[in-house]
Design a protein around this ligand. Structure first.
Ligand code: CA
Length: 648
């Protein structure tokens, strides 16, 4: 059973005599071959080294044990086929220090593949490494000692790329582009302002979300050429359970990258920050060259009826999370990162390609470790041939305690991410008012007119920008170039103020607080480092904007009313008030969510001109955020500004 791929690479799906006539594409395949043991991959003891790989369609499997990473000197050991098509070889010695691959033969054709379960790998991840993982623990490393944190709605997420953080020449950090930059304290940049993790701590955020830190493809960043300019976000997985080598000070030492990522996490935990990992289980860098397809071709991906790969991801392939061994792989991988590294949350790239059952199984397994571990994901509605329910906004009701990005409020405030010229509410387009009001409620079912996707506020991530698409600042340069820089700055601040006062889980893109620009580059996944880095000069120049964000964060953390736990609380306590056109006004009433304040009154003026707004209740209102005049008992709020009143 061979199929020719477009580029003439022959893809083999297995000998029907081995698989009892069941095709790898059949649903029946899982019933016969799904393996539920927890021991796939490498098991190392003092006296032995055991290899186990699931390859039901293979005629023959060997393990190649190399004496080093890049050399060809190897010993070959035959593996024995066991139950469910799991091949096993146990070597009667501890092979610590060696490298290994599997050699898979299917219908007379053979391929060499890294172990998909490998946790330690050589440079560029082409071979697994046989080593003692416990040697990668920094002194005092306790993955389960975490900063206190209880509910996702209390979180403030800050999305950051490892390399962006420190690469700027004036970042003040020594370990530029490396995990170790996250261990440096006392660093300063232009104007002697704090940089690095001191800066992160000064913001008041709760979670740092790292763009991919698992091992991604050599085509994106070649770990052997780190002295040349290379940049990539890393959304092209190669080894899901291994750490990316380019962020390590020595990608040739398999333990160093693990050790250094753990040091970074340890330091962040020490200073009170939790860490979310961006995971990309929905596609791989290349379906045909990935170990998955060399070991069990046809199994790990979704195919169209003509055996062509489905492509809902727009990356050339979609993994088949609904298949038993793919689901098992994903669940075990997430749990491994949570336990071994002390990861505090996971952000699922293109979660809408996964099935609901897989996501819920991850939730159940994470809860066994720690219920405060967050799960967020991109629940877009994507075209992929998945039978059953997709893990998207439409099916939020089936995925409690899993949050999804709210593109509705993002586009509502700033204009469409895809239609570049389109404006949003704060930039002069009122058509999206409904999206913004819904986003303020946390995208819950607030009223018969306002039906968001979320059942509860802990299912909504409220955001204005992320690594994808234009930054808010760059979008403003497209949509509002005619305005002055002062007006654009006000529009930008207003967007952040709407975000930070909304229900749900706020999400800040690193540098958003100093109006990050990528010089108009809308998709900078492989742009120069200088397009992507955090510009610490700009951070210093825009210190007052950074302070504006800090004040918003303080306001949010001070008042539980902005962080209501249930949709019922929001329906009961959040009341939209009458206001002039272009003004959003609402109260958070009656000590909402246990707030010390009796009431809170929030006003966003999206007009360029002043607005006069009456107070909704007879209270002794005091300004809690913003600047405002009171004239004849009414609020006079300047254009493009936010004010928050508090009644004790
Ligand atoms: Ca890599």
């Amino acid at each position: 059973m061979a199929v020719q791929k477009e580029n003439d690479e022959k893809i083999l799906y297995g000998d029907p005599s081995i698989t009892n006539g069941i095709s790898v594409f059949d649903e029946e395949f899982d019933k016969v071959y799904a393996y539920d043991g927890q021991d796939l991959g490498l098991t190392l003891t003092d006296e032995s080294t055991m290899f186990k790989v699931w390859a039901p369609t293979a005629n023959d499997v060997e393990v190649y044990v190399y004496s080093d990473d890049l050399g060809t000197n190897k010993k070959i050991y035959k593996m024995i086929r066991g139950e469910k098509g799991v091949w096993i070889y146990t070597h009667p010695k501890n092979l610590d220090g060696h490298y290994y691959t599997y050699h898979i033969e299917i219908e007379g054709n053979s391929k060499e593949a890294a172990d998909p379960y490998a946790r330690l790998v050589g440079v560029n991840g082409d071979r697994g490494y046989i080593g003692d993982l416990s040697k990668s623990n920094p002194v005092g490393f306790q993955p389960f000692e975490k900063p206190p944190f209880f509910l996702p709605t209390d979180g403030i997420i800050y999305e950051l790329h490892v390399r962006d953080f420190s690469m700027h020449p004036k970042s003040g950090m020594k370990h530029k582009g490396k995990f170790l930059a996250f261990t440096e304290t006392g660093t300063t940049g232009p104007g002697n302002s704090p940089t690095g993790i001191d800066y992160l701590r000064s913001l008041g955020i709760t979670h740092v979300q790292l763009l991919p830190v698992f091992d991604y493809s050599t085509e994106s960043v070649d770990e052997e050429k780190l002295d040349t300019e290379q940049y990539n976000w890393g959304y092209d997985p190669k080894n899901y359970n291994a750490v990316e080598g380019s962020y390590s000070t020595d990608p040739y030492d398999p333990l160093t990258r693990v050790y250094e990522l753990k040091q970074a996490i340890q330091k962040m935990h020490d200073i009170g920050l939790r860490v979310i990992m961006d995971v990309v289980y929905n596609h791989v860098f290349d379906a045909y060259r990935m170990s998955f397809s060399k070991i069990v071709p046809g199994y790990y991906f979704r195919y169209l009826d003509n055996h062509k790969l489905a492509n809902g991801s727009h990356c050339g392939n979609d993994t088949a999370s609904e298949r038993a061994m793919v689901r098992k792989f994903i669940v075990e991988s997430v749990i491994y990162w949570a336990k071994e590294f002390g990861i505090d949350g996971f952000r699922f790239d293109l979660m809408g390609l996964h099935d609901v059952e897989t996501m819920n199984e991850i939730r159940v397994e994470l809860d066994k470790i720690d219920r405060s571990i967050m799960m967020i994901g991109e629940g877009w509605n994507l075209h992929t041939p998945l039978k059953g329910k997709k893990a998207n906004q439409k099916n939020a009701a089936d995925m409690p305690r899993i949050a999804q990005f709210n593109d509705g409020i993002r586009d509502g405030v700033r204009g469409s991410a895809i239609r570049f010229e389109e404006k949003g509410l704060v930039t002069g387009n009122r058509k999206y008012l409904g999206n913004v009001l819904s986003g303020i409620t946390g995208a819950i079912s607030y009223s018969s007119q306002m039906q968001g996707f979320a059942q509860e506020p802990n299912q909504t991530v409220t955001y204005m920008e992320a690594h994808d698409n234009h930054t808010v600042w760059d979008k403003l340069l497209v949509t509002n170039l005619e305005e002055s820089e002062e007006i654009r700055t006000k529009m930008h601040r207003l967007a952040s103020a709407i975000m930070m006062t909304s229900q749900g889980i706020p999400f800040i893109h690193a540098g958003q607080e100093f109006m990050r620009t990528k010089n108009g580059v809308e998709n900078s996944y492989r742009s120069d480092t200088s397009i992507n880095w955090l510009d610490w000069e700009r951070a210093n120049e825009r210190e007052s904007d950074v302070d504006f964000m800090r004040k918003l964060i303080r306001l949010r953390r001070k008042h539980p009313a902005f962080r209501m736990k249930t949709s019922e609380q929001i329906r009961k306590n959040l009341v939209f008030e009458g206001a002039p056109v272009g003004v959003i006004a609402y109260t958070l009433r009656n000590h909402a969510n246990g707030d010390e304040a009796k009431h809170i009154f929030v006003i966003h003026n999206t007009n360029k001109h002043d607005a006069i707004i009456p107070f909704p209740l007879k209270e002794d209102w005091k300004v809690g955020f913003g600047e405002v005049e009171i004239i004849k008992g009414k609020v006079k709020l300047r254009g493009m500004e936010t004010v928050v009143f508090v009644a004790e």
